[in-house]
Design a protein around this ligand. Structure first.
Ligand SMILES: [Zn+2]
Length: 350
């Protein structure tokens, strides 16, 4: 029997790569805005007064150019989240959205630097978001951890400040590098990642998604692993094309967070089978499937991503199980929580 969307929705899942701001459905943004008497605005101060207007703004002149202008495109969302109460509400709403997808454990990520316009420090921002995640976790029964991201258009020194805020907050499990990849290669952030790793944080790096050329994408994955000590890499769209890189990923036990629908919508691939998920699984690469920005992509919710992957690759329960198992093993959860998740998962997949 092929796996149906409703069957996939019911199975316990894990999301390792989702941006909190890109996971909040626009209807939730309006609920939050109303509750705290805020408006949803463009960088020019124009009010966006409907779900359609928000989606139209985020999409801009097309998804293909989104990554290059990602900070602006997300502005209506990040600009709303500038106070402790709104950040907390957003954190809780993120957990709710994961709960609705049958996710049992999620690692939500966000970049605190876009939330300090009204005077909060990055530590305050991280603490408020962590509080919201905790509240949501209690309410919806989803286990969560927080990943703090650096927007890579920043200077190296600013990246270190973000890493320090993540460390000092004691609320984050890992440091991430996100934002526009073209012209912002990972090497600029070597010190930031050294600082985070020395303080006991884990690391994940967006690499090989939108660097501009296949060569630069592959180079960024290699740099993320060799220079930044990345425990995981996000996207790694062309990984399957380089056998030496596949060998490096395996040798260093790097977990790959793939985001198939995101790559398709942003036109980083022309078809889902370009990612070579079947080949990577066969080569025993620790590859996982994730949602990235599920509220912003058409048919981009995690269950829909899995359903599309299963359809294109002809995956059945066995392969789906492997992918979810990789997500659990590759997560930054405690060993105890991983064991619990693996147990729940194996009984559900029987
Ligand atoms: Zn991402």
């Amino acid at each position: 029997m092929p796996l149906t969307l409703s069957a996939i929705r019911r199975l316990p899942k894990v999301d390792l790569h989702s941006h909190i701001d890109g996971s909040l459905p626009p209807s939730e943004l309006f609920r939050i805005a109303k509750k705290f008497h805020k408006k949803i605005l463009t960088p020019e101060g124009r009010e966006l007064d409907s779900v359609t207007a928000v989606m139209r703004y985020v999409r801009g002149d097309g998804y293909s150019s989104m990554l290059e202008n990602v900070v602006d495109r997300f502005y209506p969302i990040t600009n709303l989240m500038q106070t402790e109460d709104v950040l907390k509400e957003a954190g809780s709403a993120y957990v709710k959205s994961q709960h609705l997808e049958g996710v049992q454990y999620a690692e939500g990520r966000f970049a605190p630097q876009y939330h300090t316009k009204e005077g909060l420090s990055m530590e305050d921002v991280i603490a408020s978001m962590a509080d919201g995640l905790e509240e949501g976790s209690e309410r919806y029964g989803v286990k969560v951890n927080l990943i703090v991201a650096i927007g890579r258009e920043s200077t190296s020194r600013f990246g270190e400040a973000v890493a320090a805020a993540a460390v000092n907050s004691k609320k984050a499990v890992a440091l991430d590098l996100g934002g526009p990849e073209a012209d912002n290669p990972p090497e600029r952030f070597r010190k930031a990642f050294e600082l985070a790793l020395a303080a006991g944080l884990k690391s994940t790096v967006h690499a090989g998604e939108g660097a501009g050329s296949i060569e630069q994408n592959l180079r960024n994955i290699r740099t993320a692993i060799n220079l930044l000590g990345a425990n995981r890499v996000g996207h790694a769209v062309h990984l399957v094309r380089s056998d030496s890189l596949v060998q490096l990923v395996k040798a260093k036990s790097v977990v790959v967070e793939m985001n198939p629908i995101s790559n398709l919508v942003l036109q980083k691939i022309a078809a889902l089978n370009e990612l070579g998920l079947d080949v990577l699984l066969r080569k025993q690469v620790m590859v996982s499937v994730n949602s990235d920005d599920p509220a912003l992509w058409p048919r981009g919710k995690l269950s829909q991503v899995y359903a599309a992957v299963c359809r294109v690759y002809g995956f059945r329960t066995k392969e789906l199980g492997r992918l979810v198992e990789n997500s659990i093993s590759g997560s930054f959860a405690s060993d105890h929580l991983k064991a619990d998740l693996l147990e729940d998962f194996s009984s559900a997949f029987k």
